[in-house]
Design a protein around this ligand. Structure first.
Ligand SMILES: [Fe+2]
Ligand SMILES: [Fe+2]
Length: 242
């Protein structure tokens, strides 16, 4: 059994240092892996990410993150990534990581993802250049997630995203903003390749549980949804959630 702790939307600001340090330290005993699904800061400044990194140093299990849209706001993506990595966090963007956890091989494919909408109500690569660029970003990130996921030869495969791959975990958010909360292209890509489950965040008013059309479990671990600094999911021997 592998215990996976996951959260997104921590939204640290510079005054948050110490907020979850104790809870992160508890993970050393209660989990095997800590996943962070983006929006780790308010506006992606170095000071904000340093505050989080300081708390994360209390946690010594493997830590893996993707960034969220808030973490890109100040355009310091490389700086905040560097700060996280110095605190022992592997930051994925269209990349994969293989870990050995208690003798079991577990792989994580991560991307921030992007919007575009869902079945029957999605953006198309048509018309204005701005609209095309919006759609192209989704397509590019889907392709990099596919490549990362296909590269994993591990027994367990987890997908970590910020945006949602399905509509179901967004329910509770205004439907008008669904196209800015995720895209079904990610779910289609993961269904075609296979994975044990998908974690995302971003939808603060969404719901926790859903699944892709192919039946892969999806969990929205946005902090305002799970209402705790992480939730621990157990992966059984067959790779199913238990
Ligand atoms: Fe957020
Ligand atoms: Fe977000």
């Amino acid at each position: 059994m592998i215990r996976v702790a996951a959260v997104g939307d921590l939204h640290y600001d510079r005054h948050c240092r110490g907020r979850w340090a104790h809870e992160f330290e508890l993970l050393n005993e209660s989990a095997d892996l800590f996943l962070m699904a983006g929006d780790l800061t308010q506006i992606g400044t170095a000071e904000e990410m340093e505050a989080l990194a300081s708390d994360l140093r209390h946690c010594s299990i493997p830590k893996v993150a993707v960034l969220g849209n808030h973490d890109l706001e100040t355009d310091l993506q490389d700086t905040v990534t560097d700060i996280l990595e110095k605190a022992g966090v592997v930051v994925l963007e269209g990349e994969a990581l293989e870990l050995d956890i208690a003798g079991e091989a577990l792989g994580i494919a991560g991307t921030m993802g992007f919007g575009g909408g869902f079945w029957g109500a999605s953006a198309a690569e048509f018309g204005e250049p701005e609209m095309k660029n919006f759609t192209i970003r989704t397509r590019r990130m889907t392709a990099s997630l596919e490549t990362a996921l296909r590269s994993l030869q591990t027994k367990y495969r987890i997908v970590l995203m910020h945006y949602s791959p399905i509509r179901e975990t967004l329910v509770g958010e205004p439907p008008e903003i669904f196209p800015f909360l995720g895209s079904f292209h990610f779910a289609n890509a993961v269904d075609a390749i296979g994975a044990n489950y998908i974690f995302h965040a971003h939808a603060h008013r969404g719901k926790e549980m859903g699944s892709t059309p192919g039946g892969i479990p999806v969990r929205n671990v946005a902090l305002p949804v799970i209402r705790e600094p992480y939730r621990i999911y157990s992966l059984g021997d067959e790779g199913t959630l238990v």
